[in-house]
Design a protein around this ligand. Structure first.
Ligand code: OMP
Length: 269
């Protein structure tokens, strides 16, 4: 999907909501566990109930890998379901990969070709040659971790090296990489006060902003400091939406939570 298509979808739906499909079998309604593929059934119900309210879905691969082959199959069925029924929705494989070049190429093939995601999250730590293999794919997006939502972000990302914070060096340096127009960046919603500075370095890039909901980030602050002329934001909530209820009404409850966020977003547009 192109960035222009994503922006057009945001305006059509008045939403820049990304729903995180982080399926934990200990948290989904127990009656689903009797089904042959409970992970997929859960996702399908959530997607059917929320697709008109969001512009992106982000399965975090850890929640699938944890269940071995069954989990990976459920991930494949989920992405196929989205791509077949809602091809206008932007998909993010939250896998946080990155390795030496030839290995990164294989990761990129796994997520862009085999699974046909629109984007993948990538860690910048191994540098240019570990990220450029992902950037080589047309109309696919690499979402580089810049300033993450967790406390550990202060261990390295905000430390100064040669008088500049590491996350700023990631933003600045990555702009010079080949095909850098295919880059987006992760900035945690819990770090909204950093967004004004971040926008001076990457004024036009899309930012994936997780941390609203369960982690306590504030949507209005993120918009105030992070929104640009073409919106430039995808705000993610996972647990806050998909686990709104553990009863038979779980999908409807998730749609209500998604609607609350979508209505707040419509006001910001
Ligand atoms: O890359 C991410 O999506 C990510 C980066 C980050 O800094 N913080 C963060 O929470 N995430 C992911 O975003 C999702 C947040 O989930 P909730 O806290 O349940 O909304 C999880 O899948 C996290 O792995």
């Amino acid at each position: 999907m192109t960035t222009e298509q994503l922006i057009s979808e945001i305006h059509k739906k008045k939403s820049f909501l990304c729903i995180g499909l982080d399926v934990d079998l200990n948290k989904i309604p127990s009656f689903l566990l009797e089904k042959e593929d409970p992970i997929f059934e859960f996702n399908k119900a959530i997607i059917d109930a929320t697709h008109h309210l969001c512009v992106a879905y982000k399965p975090n691969t850890a929640f699938y890998e944890a269940y071995g082959i069954k989990g990976w199959k459920a991930l494949k069925r989920t992405i196929e379901y989205i791509n077949t029924n809602h091809p206008e929705i932007f998909t993010i494989a939250d896998a946080k990969r990155g390795d030496i070049g030839n290995t990164s190429t294989m990761y990129a093939k796994a997520f862009f070709k085999d699974l046909a995601f629109d984007s993948v999250t990538v860690a910048p730590y191994m540098g240019k040659d570990s990220v450029e293999p992902f950037l080589a794919f047309d109309n696919k997006h690499t979402i580089l971790l810049a300033l993450t939502s967790n406390k550990g972000a202060f261990d390295f990302q905000t430390k100064e090296v040669q008088n500049k914070e590491v996350y700023k060096q990631v933003l600045e340096t990555s702009k010079s990489w080949h095909n850098s127009e295919n880059l987006m960046y992760v900035v945690g919603a819990t770090k909204a006060e950093y967004l004004a500075d971040i926008r001076t370095i990457v004024p036009s890039s899309f930012l994936l902003v997780p941390g609203v909901g369960a982690q306590g980030g504030n949507l209005q602050d993120v918009c105030k400091y992070g929104m640009n002329d073409s919106v430039g934001l995808l705000i993610n909530s996972s647990r806050g939406i998909i686990y709104a209820s553990s009863g038979k009404d779980f999908a409807e409850a998730s749609a209500n939570k998604a609607l609350e966020l979508q209505q707040q977003m419509a006001k910001e547009l």
